[in-house]
Design a protein around this ligand. Structure first.
Ligand code: ARG
Length: 456
């Protein structure tokens, strides 16, 4: 039975029903829809619109329905247009005609906005918890590799030596900003639209604040036209999730490169690696490739929703029904991905010997320039001089540290015996001791700050 048949002489065409019905995907809102209805029944009873007995009958019917939903035993029918229709139909089957009083003053427009916000608040909390797991895994690995030296890259070209802990922790801070965004997004989601009606507001004197509080919202919407059509929280959730996955794709790319035998810096545990059906030697980082790839569909969902919202006339339009599949898939994608990412990190094997072996003297060219600066040479001139040293070394195929002092002194008399101390990767790293630098002491402080942040 549809909720709106009165004025129609015949029912909808089957093809329209297939296009229009949303039960197929919005049945995931069953739980929050029922909770919203329980609170709403109480609100209209408190406002004197229905009797306390009617409210109690509706509440107990909804409670029975909630148990069915929780037991995965909710008998929906092909004729149910959406989850709101299905819940009201089923409620009326259980409690009789009194079930028909529940929707007094309410519209599916404020109802669906309420449901989706409640669902999103839970989903954001869940993703936040999963990201915390990723952060803990990063800290765990970083703590074991504060002293592990590796090449740092810019433009993916060897740049300066860093510690492996510093590399790992760089992703911690990306995730920290992602979590901050999720939590801020959740605050903007926790605004109750219930009481906005179809578009103009509820005609009965319900206490919207009490209703909001009963459902776990922090505040109520201030404009009913806006409230029924505001999907900013979906767009923001999609953006936040997408940016998170952009970060994960960058981590994934590093692991794909570093696990290539040409680098050999890391290897993924067997539990998180895959093989080839043809080439017996293969060990592929499929989880990281999928992590890199998922961004595509997430950007698609985000761009799709923004396109749907653009130019919509005021208040509710059926276009808004398109918000759900995008959001559900984005959340499901994170639910699938994040435990794997955390597992990959926890079980990742770092190979300090291979990292160390990849440290070449050219990573110390900047140290050599800094050495000249300490001798009083302006940095720009020092940079040029060291460029000549690098060119000379390249022509002779010599590591920088093996160029004879006399040869260096032909370029500048600032070079002295103590230049040999420049060619020490550990000292080069230890010098980057400012806050946020790669020196082990600084990284230890960074890890302490990270722990304080997640324990807050
Ligand atoms: N299934 C609809 C949605 O997801 C529910 C709201 C329908 N409202 C309406 N006036 N037809 O948006």
């Amino acid at each position: 039975m549809s909720l709106w048949g009165g004025r129609f002489a015949e029912g909808p065409d089957a093809a329209l029903k297939a296009l229009n019905d949303s039960l197929r995907f919005d049945q995931r809102l069953a739980r929050v829809d029922i909770l919203g209805s329980m609170a709403y029944a109480q609100a209209i009873a408190d406002a004197g619109v229905i009797s306390a007995d009617d409210a109690e009958a509706i509440r107990s019917g909804l409670a029975a329905l909630l148990r069915d939903v929780e037991n995965d035993d909710f008998p929906s029918l092909a004729s149910d247009e959406d989850i709101h229709t299905a819940v009201e139909r089923r409620l009326t089957e259980i409690v009789g005609a009194v079930g028909g009083k529940l929707h007094t003053g309410r519209s599916r427009n404020d109802q669906v906005a309420t449901d989706l916000r409640l669902w999103t608040m839970d989903a954001l909390d869940e993703i936040d918890g999963l990201l915390l797991g990723v952060q803990r895994a990063l800290i765990g690995q970083a703590e074991a590799h504060v002293e592990t030296l590796m090449p740092g890259y810019t433009h993916l070209q060897p740049a300066q030596p860093i510690t492996a802990a510093h590399w790992l922790m760089s992703f911690f801070w990306m995730v920290a900003r992602d979590r901050e965004r999720l939590q801020q997004c959740r605050r903007r989601t926790a605004v109750s639209p219930l009481g906005a009606g179809a578009l103009a507001g509820n005609p009965f004197p319900i206490d919207r604040h009490a209703l909001a509080e009963a459902l776990g919202f922090a505040s109520v919407s201030q404009n009913s036209l806006d409230a029924v059509s505001d999907r900013d929280f979906v767009a923001e959730s999609l953006f936040t999730i997408t940016l998170t996955s952009v970060h994960l794709s960058r981590f994934a790319e590093d692991l794909i490169i570093y696990s290539n035998p040409a680098f050999g810096f890391v290897s993924l545990s067997d539990r998180y690696s895959t093989g080839s059906s043809l080439m017996p030697q293969k060990r592929n980082a499929d989880p990281m490739e999928l992590s890199r790839a998922k961004v595509g569909r997430l950007i698609g969902h985000m761009a799709g929703l923004l396109t749907t919202l653009k130019g919509l006339p005021s208040s509710y339009n059926k276009d808004l029904q398109e918000d759900k599949e995008a959001l559900f898939d984005a959340v499901d994608t994170m639910r699938q991905l994040l435990p794997v990412v955390a597992g990959v990190i926890q079980t990742l094997h770092l190979n300090p010997d291979r990292m160390r072996a990849a440290l070449s003297d050219e990573l110390l060219a900047t140290e050599l320039a800094d050495y000249l600066v300490r001798k009083g040479i302006p940095f720009r001139a020092a940079h040029h001089l060291v460029g000549e040293v690098v060119q000379f070394a390249g022509q002779r195929d010599l590591p920088l540290s093996e160029i004879p002092l006399e040869r260096l002194q032909m370029l500048s008399d600032a070079f002295a015996d103590d230049v040999s101390a420049v060619f020490d990767f550990r000292l080069a790293v230890e010098r980057k001791a400012v806050v946020g630098g790669t020196a082990p002491q600084a990284v230890m402080a960074q890890i302490a700050a990270a722990k304080a942040l997640i324990d807050r």
